[in-house]
Design a protein around this ligand. Structure first.
Ligand SMILES: CSC[C@H]1O[C@H](OP(=O)(O)O)[C@H](O)[C@@H]1O
Length: 329
């Protein structure tokens, strides 16, 4: 049985479908991946998004091509093309590195390897939720950024997976949701997921976070990651570093939640993490509405890097890590 169903991805018998996250929360639009070029466009445009899910979509699409009988050299070239689709989230590279060695072993082996990577991420999400649960005290007010639930993973998510696990445990967490400009993953996706999970939350513009800290309204910051370097420096959605500095200043614990597939032991630290420089139209427009003159020069990094010394700990599938030395190979 090859069916695999995640919140935003479905694979069965050589067909890969994705829930277009650009259309959420207004429209539930499922798309069938038509070609490598189509998949790259879906990843680049964040129809498919989230460090774990990008990698899972890539390896499952190699299974689609292998079942179609694509030649080995073409499979290898496709793997290289997919590797370039988004440079920061290392899960993509880590998962491709794990399926590349079996590309010459036939469609059945390629598909089995891809499905195993899907199943692994689902289990990693559950392990992260259990490892993070002890951090959550009853009624805790948690601030989160971007979106880290079931939408960007094969399972229940990373940071949001811990929060919904705490909800299931009756701890009644409250979540401050950063809207997360410019693509609004918080407003569009995290609020959508928390509402579905019955978790109390309020949405704020990113720049309102500072006053929440100043007013003593935040007990914990819990966010995801796209790449954890060997020294613990951690890349995540732009705006995360600002929260880490605020948390340090106001004495609030700041935790990262991520599977070990987000760790890059070959990356020495912040300066070596490639940060995606995204199109300025994302800043100058809001959907079809022009906010700034179209030719306005912009600065639109997709991510920023929080230095390890601003991070209280990393919740991973291998447990709660507080020593950044744990990420060295
Ligand atoms: C569990 S998703 C991890 C990570 O990915 C998101 O980035 P994007 O929405 O650009 O794919 C965000 O940085 C999350 O924290």
């Amino acid at each position: 049985m090859t069916l695999r169903q995640a919140t935003a991805l479905r694979y069965q018998d050589g067909q890969l479908q994705i829930l277009d996250q650009r259309a959420l929360p207004g429209r539930q639009q499922w798309l069938t991946v038509q070609s490598t070029e189509h998949l790259v466009e879906l990843i680049k445009s964040l129809a498919i998004r989230g460090a774990p899910l990008i990698g899972i979509a890539a390896v499952l699409y190699l299974a689609v091509l292998a079942r179609q009988g694509l030649a080995l050299e073409a499979l290898r070239q496709t793997s290289q093309v997919l590797r370039q689709s988004r440079p920061t989230a290392v899960n993509l590279m880590n998962l491709l590195d794990r399926i590349n060695p079996v590309l010459d072993q036939g469609a059945e082996q390629v598909e089995a390897a891809a499905l195993a990577l899907f199943d692994e991420d689902l289990a990693l999400c559950d392990a992260i939720a259990e490892a993070g649960l002890p951090l959550i005290k009853p009624g805790m007010r948690i601030l989160t950024h971007c979106n880290t639930g079931g939408l960007p993973t094969a399972g229940r998510g990373t940071a949001l997976g811990i929060i919904t696990r705490a909800q299931e445990a009756g701890l009644g967490p409250f979540v401050w949701v950063d809207e997360t400009r410019p693509l609004l993953q918080g407003a569009r996706l995290t609020a959508y997921e928390l509402k579905a999970a019955g978790v109390a939350h309020r949405l704020q513009v990113d720049s309102a976070a500072a006053s929440l800290f100043a007013d003593g309204q935040v007990d914990l910051v819990l966010v995801g990651a796209d790449r954890i370097a060997a020294n613990g420096d951690t890349a995540n959605k732009v705006g995360t570093l600002m929260l880490a500095v605020l948390a340090k200043h106001y004495g609030v614990p700041f935790y990262i939640a991520a599977p070990w597939t987000t760790v890059d032991p070959a990356c020495p630290g912040a300066g070596a993490i490639p940060i995606e420089d995204r199109d300025g139209s994302e800043v100058c427009q809001l959907g079809e509405q022009q906010l700034a003159p179209a030719d306005t020069q912009t600065y639109n990094p997709g991510f920023d890097v929080t230095p390890a010394d601003l991070i209280s700990g990393w919740v991973t599938d291998r447990g709660l890590i507080t020593d950044p030395g744990a990420f060295i190979a």
